[in-house]
Design a protein around this ligand. Structure first.
Ligand code: SF4
Ligand code: SF4
Length: 266
């Protein structure tokens, strides 16, 4: 409901104000662009000096460029800018000005592409666009980020486990040879199915009991359980002893976590 309301307001009311004031793309443009970046650009070399169109007039002779100053590019621009003043952060690269100018060029019989995709350097020098070192660096960076995203998605655990010592508790001496710690396990089911989960100690220095018995977790739900971890004093060499806890789903080990078992230390 929140997203629907926000997007309705964006499209129905705020419109281009979001592009110019909220959207980070325009802000990033200034940082990412250089003279070799391809943008929606007005060919000022060919277009200037702009001047109105007159049939059968030799524009070059009159010192006029190809821009007939019809204002159509300005009229269609959703953010209300004049692309003839150069790249501006308000430009959302919608290319409406390109289409409008091309249609006008068609009507007056001049060559299309007065507003086109080109770089500032390309327009000033008339050279063809080449992949710059900066563009290559961005491509490498983009592939690295996409690769990282794919790796994170592929390695995303189905069940998230977090085991912490129960707040306000320390170790309890059950008898001369056994120490108990209480932990709290928080389990989150990120799948769309219900599962049976089992918690166990993987290291051979302790045993574990889940308060409340076997864990059944419904799809998309979070479950919290207290764990009693017991350790024989012969394994306790300092005030903290690491214990490996394993989480199995439907009989298969899917997660491991190391917790610190508190003891008296010897
Ligand atoms: S590309 Fe779109 S936003 Fe940019 S100047 Fe042209 S019409 Fe305006
Ligand atoms: S639409 Fe083309 S010809 Fe018309 S003012 Fe814009 S740049 Fe000039």
């Amino acid at each position: 409901m929140v997203f629907t309301t926000v997007f309705f307001a964006v499209f129905a009311w705020f419109r281009e104000q979001v592009c110019t004031t909220v959207c980070p793309y325009g802000r990033l443009q200034g940082v990412l662009l250089d003279k070799k970046s391809v943008v929606v650009a007005y060919d000022k070399v060919r277009g200037e000096h702009r001047g109105s169109f007159r049939k059968d007039e030799d524009r070059a002779e009159k010192g006029k460029g190809d821009c007939i100053d019809c204002g159509l590019c300005l009229h269609v621009c959703p953010t209300g800018i004049d692309i003839r003043n150069g790249t501006q952060l308000e430009c959302v690269s919608c290319t409406l000005c390109m289409d409008a100018c091309d249609s006008m060029m068609d009507k007056v019989g001049l060559e299309k592409g007065l507003i086109r995709y080109d770089s500032e350097e390309g327009i000033s020098t008339g050279t063809k666009w080449k992949l710059s070192a900066r563009a290559k660096a961005y491509i490498v960076l983009m592939f690295a980020i996409v690769g990282l995203l794919v790796a994170l998605i592929l390695n995303r655990s189905e069940i998230e486990m977090n085991v912490l010592g129960l707040r306000g508790t320390t170790y309890t001496k059950v008898n001369d040879s056994t120490i108990v710690n209480i932990f709290k396990a928080t389990l989150l089911n990120k799948t769309n199915e219900d599962h049976e989960l089992t918690l166990s100690v993987l290291s051979d220095n302790a045993s574990l009991e889940v308060v409340g018995g076997p864990i059944h977790i419904e799809k998309g739900k979070r479950v919290e359980r207290q764990l009693l971890i017991k350790m024989h004093t012969k394994y306790i060499r300092s005030s903290i002893t690491p214990v490996n806890i394993g989480l199995s789903m439907d009989g298969e080990l899917i997660e491991e976590e190391e917790v610190n078992f508190s003891g008296p230390g010897f």
